[in-house]
Each structure stands twice: as C-alpha cells, then as structure tokens.
Design a protein around this ligand. Structure first.
Ligand code: PMM
Length: 294
C-alpha cells in the first residue's frame, strides 16, 4: 500500500525530496536570530523563500536554541498567526513549528497544513488529539526534553537504534490516540539531545529510519555539528551563516538516502541540491525510494 500524506497534489507528485524553508519569527533563533522578527518582515522572507524554490514554509515563534527559555502562549500566537494567515492566503503550504496544542490548533485554523512538533507530542499531552481531529500532516521529531535541559539528555547505547525505537514508541502512542499513520512524518531531531558526533550516524544510517516505512524529514541546516566539522585549526566552529555549503551537501546526501523533505534556512542552495540528487537518480544512479512506503 502506498502512503499519501494529506497534502496538495503538487507535493505528493514532486518526484524529488521536498524543501522546507525556515521562517523563524523569533528574536533569538540560533542561526538567524531576530532578522525576521516583525510579522511583515517574516511574511516578506517567506515569499522570498517561495521564489527560491521552497515547497513548504515552516513558521515558528519559539526558539529551540539550546538553553533558551520558553515564550508565553500569547506571544507565540501573536508571532505566528499573522504570518501563517498571510502566507497560506498566498497559496503556500505552511507548517507551524510548535510544541503547543493550542498554537497548533489555531495555526491550522489560520491555514497551516502541517504541524511540525519538535517534541513529537511529548511536550503537550493535548497535541495528539489536535492532530487526530484536524487530520493534518504531523512531523514527529525525536526529542528528550526542552531546550533548557536537552544537552543533559544525550546518553545512547546506539544512537540510531535508540532514536528509531523512541520514534516507533511515539508512533504507537499517537496511533493509539486516534492519529492516522498516513498523517505521520518522522525526524531524527539532529542537534536535539545529540552532541556533535552523534549526529553523523543518524545521517549516515538514515536508511534505518526510512525503513520504518514513514516519510522522513531531516533538519541539519546551520546546526552546531556542521560548525564543528568546518572548524579551523583553532577548533573554533565556523558561524551559522558559514554553514550553508555544508548544509546543501547534507541535503544532497539526505535526498540520496531517501529523505522525504529537508528543512533549511538557505533555500536556494538546497533547492539546487535536491534537484541535482534527483537528476542523478533519474540517470540511473543508486538511490532509495522516498515518500512512498509499504
Ligand atoms: N530544528 C530546529 C527547529 N525546528 N523542526 C524539525 N522538524 N526538525 C529540526 O531539526 C528542527 C525543527 C532548530 O533549528 P532553527 O532554530 O534553525 O529553527
């Protein structure tokens, strides 16, 4: 049986890995903090990302930067709703990056077609019900705790097997709560309770996650482990804006490994990267299937 997410036809039939462009409406995101904080600037930024080839726009109002404090529900709603309303009205496929059920529900009412929950439903017990009732696509990311504690929750026996098992548990719990399997997308949660080295096996063995039979989203963009990889002899990580080449390289390899979608800040580079990967595959290069599953 082929799985089809509840998304517009043009995304289902794209025939390549999709590109999700990040629209952070926050004053303190780790990689583009504050640049698009005003709703009007965030809306303009979203439109620019669409022009650059984004298939999905991911609108978030709460920073997940390691160590950051939570924002209030009211502030989060004030940040994301005007942006989601405007971009959805343009015809964009919008996802809301939130761990809160009330924010997710209002975002869907404002036009969001995807709930992107970095906690995979663990942060808010009411989330599963919102996902079940709205019937939208739901990104289940691997997560062990909020930003203030996540760096202390990094113990794994085998990071790939542990992340896969914990995601499978989330899928079972969500299905038991009435969520349909065909709504679900999995995400290894790069950088979330994972130190630099732990991120590489999750990428190199992405096929083990893809083998669970659900679409997989990869969010490597500008993350710390790429900054460390590119550090000079002094060992100082390169800054977030200098990580876009590495991000595009990860996008290419993730696409070749069966990723359904990649979440990035620099849409232009990754939009090119996923097209290169698809041309390679179309010309007979080795690949693993994306989107569809048995
Ligand atoms: N990473 C961040 C935020 N949201 N969502 C998903 N599904 N996967 C991720 O890896 C992810 C995410 C943190 O990055 P940002 O501060 O640049 O948005």
């Amino acid at each position: 049986m082929t799985q089809t997410l509840p998304l517009p036809e043009r995304l289902i039939t794209a025939g390549r890995t999709l590109v999700m462009g990040v629209v952070n409406v926050t004053p303190d995101s780790f990689s583009d903090g504050g640049e698009w904080f005003e709703p009007s600037a965030a809306i303009a930024h979203g439109r620019q990302l669409l022009d650059q080839g984004a298939d999905i726009l991911d609108v978030g109002g709460e920073s997940t930067r390691p160590g950051s404090a939570r924002v209030s529900v009211e502030d989060e709603l004030d940040r994301v709703l005007p942006v989601i309303t405007a971009l959805s009205a343009d015809g964009a496929v919008v996802s809301v990056d939130t761990t809160r059920a009330v924010v997710a529900e209002q975002a869907v009412a404002a036009g969001a077609l995807i709930i992107n929950d970095v906690s995979g439903g663990l942060a808010d017990p009411a989330m599963a019900d919102v996902v079940a009732r709205t019937g939208v696509t739901y990104v289940v990311m691997h997560w062990r705790g909020h930003a203030d504690v996540m760096d202390d929750l990094e113990q794994y026996d085998d990071v790939v097997l542990d992340v896969r098992a914990e995601l499978a548990q989330r899928v079972a719990a969500l299905e038991a709560a009435g969520v349909r399997r065909s709504q679900l997308v999995l995400d290894p949660g790069l950088g979330f309770s994972k130190s630099g080295a732990a991120n590489w096996p999750l990428l190199a063995r992405l096929d083990e996650l893809v083998a669970l039979g659900l679409p997989v989203l990869v969010g490597a963009s500008r993350k710390r482990f790429l900054g460390h990889l590119l550090a000079g002899e002094d060992g100082v990580p390169v800054p977030p804006l200098a990580r876009d080449g590495a991000t595009a390289a990860v996008s290419t390899l993730a696409a070749m490994s069966g990723a359904w979608c990649v979440r990035v800040h620099d849409v232009r580079g990754t939009s090119d990267a996923v097209r290169v990967a698809q041309a390679w595959v179309d010309a007979g290069g080795t690949h693993r299937p994306h989107i569809t599953a048995d």
